[in-house]
Design a binder for this molecule. Structure first.
Ligand code: ZN
Length: 366
């Protein structure tokens, strides 16, 4: 009896030690034609700057939460734990990298250039050597990052500590943008920043939503703020190409922000719709069953009434559920229409501060 207990104890100890007790969640957001949809977070900290976790914890969290890629972006200029942790700026990446390789989480080498406004805080991704970004003059640091091939993001431009009264685009940002030292902007970091979205559209910057996590990640009943990257491959090079080509969508809470060119295929790739001809006649009612395989609840409002039929004013296509759409013929002509078109405004899919995505359903009728 005692021997058996010991064997069981040893067995559990082995499982515990190897970390097998944990499992990986799946984020259900579909790929779109031509691209894989990678779930990424390009802004977070470890004890090597002002975070409170060891770098491998970031990798473990990302794996458990179902992420494809992360970047640990420790501050270059702000290291409050430096009395206890005395290491160079590449160390957090080097510590995290073996676990990332083992768990197949893509780890992008990054750092946060941390200055007053302007230009504020900028993340440099895909750098080769973070130590060389430790420069007195911010322009030297940014130039060095650019020359290493970095992708540069203006972080939390609406942060009240740096821009208390109004969120301003400074002349310095125009200069950085002109000189290939500013490529992306966080439209979400703790909260949504409408100015950042306007600038992303106007100045053709890549859209980001990042967690900027400092403590342990704690998104048990939801997901952390994510940047969805539409990549040709699940590789570091694929992500880099996609970021420079501006193929991203910000995903925070139940909201997605990005270009219609990505939101529209993402919406339809999420759904399974029965495409049997309806053969709808006047005064007749038919149901179309729509299955939403994604984690996103799509909230729709009728943009334009149907021609020859009534459709619901509001539709809520809940995540992982089947929702019936009820159509009722209201004219004799409806029986002659080849496909019934319905236009809905997607309330949680933003393409700008003023506009939401309009989705068009087209149901075969005869
Ligand atoms: Zn940060």
């Amino acid at each position: 009896m005692k021997a058996t207990l010991n064997i069981w104890f040893l067995f559990f100890l082995i499982i515990w030690e190897s970390g097998l007790a944990q499992s990986r969640k799946t984020i259900n957001i579909p790929n779109i034609p031509g691209y894989q949809t990678l779930k990424c977070d390009f802004h977070m900290h470890s004890v090597f700057s002002d975070g409170t976790v060891w770098p491998t914890v970031r990798v473990q969290e990302a794996w458990q939460e179902g992420l494809d890629a992360i970047s640990i972006t420790d501050h270059i200029e702000y290291r409050p734990h430096s009395k206890d942790i005395n290491a160079d700026h590449n160390r957090s990446f080097e510590i995290a990298e073996p676990l990332a390789k083992e768990l197949k989480v893509i780890l992008v080498r990054g750092a946060e250039i941390t200055r007053g406004m302007p230009p504020g805080h900028l993340n440099a991704l895909f750098i080769r050597n973070a130590n060389l970004l430790d420069r007195e003059n911010v322009n030297d640091a940014l130039r060095e990052a650019r020359d290493q091939g970095a992708f540069l993001i203006w972080n939390h431009p609406g942060w009240k500590v740096q821009q208390p009264d109004s969120t301003v685009w400074w002349a310095e940002h125009t200069n950085l943008h002109k000189n290939n030292m500013l490529h992306g902007i966080e439209v979400f970091n703790e909260s949504f920043c409408p100015e950042a979205l306007d600038w992303a559209i106007e100045k053709k910057l890549t859209i980001f939503s990042n967690s900027d996590e400092h403590g342990p990640s704690n998104y048990n009943d939801g997901h952390r703020p994510l940047t969805l990257v539409f990549s040709k491959s699940r590789t570091q090079g694929g992500i880099r190409e996609a970021l420079f080509s501006r193929r991203t969508v910000a995903y925070f809470g139940n909201t997605l922000v990005g270009e219609a060119a990505y939101l529209n295929p993402l919406f339809f790739a999420s759904l399974e719709i029965d495409n049997e001809p309806l053969r709808l006649k006047n005064k007749e009612r038919k149901l179309i069953f729509v299955k939403n395989n994604s984690d996103i609840n799509y909230e729709l409002e009728l943009a334009q009434p149907g021609i020859g039929f009534y459709a619901p004013e509001k539709l809520s296509l809940k995540a992982h559920q089947i929702t019936p759409i009820e159509l009722t013929g209201n004219s004799e002509e409806v029986a002659q229409i080849k496909s019934l078109k319905i236009y809905y405004v997607a309330k949680n899919l933003k393409i700008s501060n003023e506009k939401n995505l309009v989705v068009t359903f087209s149901f075969p009728n005869i």
